[in-house]
Structure formats: C-alpha cells, structure tokens
Design a protein around this ligand. Structure first.
Ligand code: DGL
Length: 269
C-alpha cells in the first residue's frame, strides 16, 4: 500500500498547497481534509484552533501517512509544535516556507504580510522572517474578510474586488517589494490582489516552497513514491461537499471525488 501525504486546512485554502504537491510530486498519493464546517479558523481562539487541528490529525493518522502538511497558516502558527511532538512522521507547516520564499525574492528587504487575525496576531511571520534575515522590515495586516469570500467561491467580480481593496488599504502606501499571502486561501484571489498592489509588488505564496520542502524530506528519507500509475487521492470535507468539489475541480483542473465528513459520527477509514 502506498502511504499518502496527509494535507489539512480549515477549508479549501490547503488546495493551493495540494496543487503544488501534485505538480512537483505527481506520484504521491494525497489525503486531504478541509474543515469547511468550522472555517474560518482565523478569528477563533488559539485553544480552539489547536483542538480542531488535533482532531483532524487524529483522523488523518488512520491513513498511515508518511508526512503531514498543515496547509493552514493559522493552524501552523498555533499548533505546529504540538502536533510535531505528538506524531512520529514529519509534520510541515507553511509559515517558514513562505518566509524563505520571501527572503529569496525581496531586493529591498521590505516585506508585507497578509493573513488571518490569528496568524497576524501570533507574529509568526515576523519571527520566521527575522530568524532567517535579521533586519528585514515587515509590515503586516489581518484580512479577516477574505477567507469567507474564497469559501463561497467568489474570486472575482465587483463585490470581491471591493472587499479585497478595503482589506489591502492599510498596505497600499507602504513601501515593499513583496507581499506574503500568509493564508493558504489567498492565492485564489491573487489576480485581484496583484492588480490592487500593482506591478512592483511580487506576491509570495508558500505553496511552492512547502512542496519543495516535502520533496526534500521524503527524498532524504528514501520515501518518495515511485511507479508509473497515477495515485488515487482522497478528499474529505466537513461542510458542503458540493461547494468544495466545485472549487477543488476548478482549481486543480481535474475531477475530484469528495467524501463528506460529519464530526458527530464516529469514522472509520
Ligand atoms: N487557510 C488558512 C490559513 O492559511 C485558514 C483560514 C481560516 O480558516 O481563517 O490561515
């Protein structure tokens, strides 16, 4: 049996990481969990985010994954260290990869960060950026209205534009040459964000760098999947499976079978 890579998020945001894992590691089987019934996580207290993340990980370990990717910045900020201490496989977050990608990109040393309230309040990006490159200047803003837009599949149009514009207003005049999309949902809105921030600001998503890290760790451990057969992925979602499937299929450009998940019912694999 091929061991999967388990990837989790509060909702559809982690699909931005899934897409990169599929691109860089097409032989790898993925088990994805989107907790759409309880999204957004971003404005919830840390204890709740930790509890939810542990519940999802408890479920995903039944699939005997060879690696777990917390494809949610909010959960990474709150729960990464705890989850790492509780499971025996490598656990990746998305904040350090995002910070690394920004450091590789910035020329001016002035970096913007947008994320959920939880991520921004945690200061996790400032910490990660400064631990790699002390002296880097970081300006961050929470954009709590963006995740609900993405979960509804609203990636463009006037209403979405207005919300994105208002959310980014505090950063418009701030000098920076790159902006970290510090929430895995935000790449769904990258066209709008790019348009509003202008051509001199490069958008950074942690997806690519996270997939690269996954590849390096699995390679180092001799755990990369081989063979020519295309793996069968599994997607679980605790909320509306129809909306999840619609977003997943348009984002991943493939058919996606979604298994509904109900927290009230005990589950078997
Ligand atoms: N996609 C998540 C993140 O990267 C969570 C967003 C939310 O549920 O508020 O932070």
């Amino acid at each position: 049996m091929q061991q999967p890579i388990a990837i989790l998020d509060s909702g559809v945001g982690g699909l931005t990481v899934v897409k990169e894992v599929m691109r860089q590691l097409p032989q790898e089987k993925i088990v994805y969990f989107g907790d759409t019934a309880r999204a957004p996580y971003g404005s919830r207290p840390a204890v709740e985010i930790l509890l939810f993340t542990r519940q999802i990980v408890d479920y995903l370990v039944r699939f005997q994954p060879k690696m777990i990717v917390i494809a949610c910045n909010t959960a990474t900020a709150v729960a990464l260290d705890t989850i790492r201490s509780q499971v025996s496989v490598p656990v990746l977050g998305v904040i350090h990869p995002g910070a690394r990608a920004a450091i590789k990109t910035t020329r001016t040393g002035k970096v913007g960060v947008i994320g959920t309230l939880g991520t921004i309040r945690s200061g996790a990006y400032e910490h990660a950026l400064q631990s790699i490159s002390p002296g880097i200047e970081v300006v961050s803003t929470a954009c709590p209205l963006l995740v609900p837009l993405v979960e509804k599949g609203l990636f463009g149009g006037k209403d979405a534009r207005d919300v994105v514009e208002r959310s980014l207003a505090p950063l418009r005049e701030v000098p920076m040459d790159c902006l970290i999309l510090g929430c895995t949902h935000y790449p769904f809105l990258s066209e709008l964000i790019a348009e509003i921030m202008g051509p001199n600001v490069t958008l950074i998503s942690s997806a690519e760098e996270t997939a690269r890290e996954a590849s390096a760790i699995l390679g180092h451990r001799g755990l990369l999947a081989g063979g020519k057969e295309m793996p069968e992925h599994r997607f679980f979602c605790s909320g509306d499976p129809g909306m999840f499937q619609k977003i997943a299929e348009s984002w991943l450009h493939r058919n996606v079978h979604v298994t509904p998940f109900d927290w009230q019912i005990p589950h078997i694999v």
